[in-house]
Design a protein around this ligand. Structure first.
Ligand SMILES: NC(=O)c1ccc[n+]([C@@H]2O[C@H](COP(=O)([O-])OP(=O)(O)OC[C@H]3O[C@@H](n4cnc5c(N)ncnc54)[C@H](OP(=O)(O)O)[C@@H]3O)[C@@H](O)[C@H]2O)c1
Length: 345
């Protein structure tokens, strides 16, 4: 098993690693006041992991949930009961492999990668090799660092669970968000016609992503009967099940991905459970998604390389500004995705 250079004297081949690194560190669950940028030891990658020098990290709603510890049900799922087990937030990353675990054969030192790691709001992060892919040559590290978490969720919602077919009509509720901006593009790439639901100020983005139609959720009702959809991917607004079913064709598929403000205890998961319970008794397929971090990344990168999908990167913050970036996300201001540029000191 490989070890990590945790002393100034240690080295890994030609690549000398520092003893400590800058990272966003979280003390207990709560708001952004629990975060600060600090100096901490480098992580040690396990045998199936690599150590990545992070060039850029992506943030998403999951990062915020892991910061607040809400919905509380998450704490029972192994993330830490009183405080986060992993004190450095962040899942998405893009960077360079600097250390390879003993069982890793797919990557070598110097490879440029993107994907999902642990504690990525830091200069170095460990990541399981199976959650990484090579970064497409044309994609900069910032754009690459916002691909995996949201893009995989979108790919799995539209293709694997939604089973979209060419020519079908797809509705993406929350089309301006992290998952939604990928879902619109994936559905288009798979030959569907797409309607996206978002706030008025972000409808231009939804059109630019390739949606055939964009609906302002404040002034138009996607379930008013004027159109029905073969597939609805629901990522925002917590619409009632009845309303979502009204907008589906009689044999259409609903994939509930998530939605904010579903309650501090279970985060609205009761809606997913009701959909799953009802589904066997109706003509429509009502289902939900728990995304798998190690499924589909090569396919997603293939779509990016083919030019069918482009990460909707709104802006980049520095590591020192990471807390401002997380606040920007919490307020719902982000158009698509934001990245935290880590870079060299
Ligand atoms: N099941 C899973 O495995 C999984 C994986 C990833 C994420 N999630 C969850 O999925 C949800 C979406 O994640 P995300 O990263 O895409 O979040 P996000 O970037 O914050 O996007 C949320 C989207 O919802 C839209 N929205 C807000 N209020 C709405 C309303 N009343 N009606 C319709 N749309 C509304 C937003 O539109 P505007 O910004 O234009 O207002 C935005 O497009 C989150 O709850 C997240 O926790 C679940």
């Amino acid at each position: 098993m490989a070890t990590v250079a945790n002393t100034p004297e240690s080295s890994h081949g030609a690549d000398r690693l520092p003893a400590t690194m800058r990272a966003v560190v979280q003390r207990g669950y709560g708001g952004t006041d629990r975060l600060r940028v600090d100096e901490v030891p480098l992580p040690s990658p396990g045998p199936e992991e690599v150590l990545v020098r992070v060039e850029s990290a992506g943030i998403d709603r999951g990062t915020v949930h892991l910061m607040t510890g809400e919905p509380y049900v998450m704490r029972l799922m192994g993330f830490g009961f009183r405080g986060p087990r992993q004190p450095v937030p962040g899942l998405d990353l893009a960077g360079t492999v600097v250390e390879v675990g003993g069982d890793v054969t797919r990557f070598g030192v110097g490879d440029q990668v993107l994907g999902i790691g642990s504690g990525t709001l830091a200069e170095y992060a460990s990541a399981p090799a199976r959650k990484l892919a090579r970064r497409p040559a044309h994609l900069g590290p910032e754009a690459a660092s916002v691909v995996a978490v949201s893009g995989l969720t979108a790919l799995q919602a539209v293709r694997d669970v939604g089973r979209v077919e060419p020519g079908q009509r797809v509705l993406v509720v929350g089309a301006s968000g992290g998952v939604g901006t990928f879902a619109v593009q994936v559905a288009r790439a798979l030959g569907a016609s797409v309607t996206g639901v978002a706030s008025a100020q972000k409808l231009d983005l939804v059109h630019r992503l390739g949606a055939d139609r964009a609906i302002d959720y404040a002034t138009e009702d996607f379930a008013d009967g004027s159109a029905s959809y073969d597939l609805i991917v629901d990522t925002g607004g917590n619409s009632r099940l009845r309303r979502l079913r009204r907008a589906l064709t009689p044999t259409g598929t609903l994939v509930i991905v998530g939605g904010e403000n579903g309650g501090r205890l279970i985060g609205g998961v009761d809606r997913q459970l009701r959909a799953l319970a009802l589904s066997p008794f109706v003509g429509q397929r009502l289902t939900s998604l728990v995304s798998k971090e190690d499924q589909g990344l090569e396919d997603l990168v293939g779509l990016i390389e083919a030019g069918a999908v482009t990460p909707a990167l709104e802006r980049t913050f520095s590591l020192e500004e990471a807390i401002a970036g997380i606040r920007h996300l919490q307020r719902g201001d982000v158009r698509g995705k934001v990245a935290i540029r880590v870079g060299p000191r």
